[in-house]
Design a protein around this ligand. Structure first.
Ligand SMILES: [Zn+2]
Length: 148
């Protein structure tokens, strides 16, 4: 990819991020959590290379608290930069007690994000079940595995 195309690609991704404010703010929360856990691991067991580095405890802590966040962060990153061009509608209209309501939402086949009408976001409850029933891209599958 040449420099010109690379810049065009980055500006394409940035444009998509502007359309995904909920996902961008969720990514920031996860990044903050990741920094928090790195600081804890560093202060307790040192970093690799330090004379006081306790490798096993450091690795165990990171595997339990940091790695799952890293996976979420990667999936959210995909969602943040997605144009959500291939979507599927789920839900329907419901009638009860004289009231009409709907739980219609869009699901992005490309990244696994959902939109209930307020913007594209992460849906913890629906992501994994939907992905099992829907032909999805490898990126969407990854997102489903994370919140399964
Ligand atoms: Zn998408």
């Amino acid at each position: 990819m040449g420099r010109k195309y690379f810049h065009a690609y980055i500006s394409y991704l940035n444009r998509n991020e502007k359309k995904n404010p909920l996902l961008v703010s969720r990514r920031k929360e996860i990044l903050d959590d990741m920094k928090y856990h790195i600081d804890i691991a560093k202060s307790n067991w040192g970093v690799p290379g330090d004379p006081n580095h306790h490798k096993q405890a450091f690795d165990e802590y990171m595997a339990e608290y940091f790695t799952p966040l890293l996976k979420q962060c990667r999936a959210i990153q995909t969602m943040c930069t997605c144009a959500h061009e291939h979507t599927q509608e789920f839900g329907g209209f419901h009638f009860s007690g004289g009231e009409v309501w709907d739980d219609i939402y869009d699901y992005c086949i490309d990244c696994g994000a959902v939109n209930y009408g307020l913007g594209w976001t992460v849906d913890v409850l629906h992501a994994s079940t939907l992905l099992q029933n829907t032909a999805v891209s490898s990126q969407g599958k990854e997102a489903g595995e994370i919140w399964a």
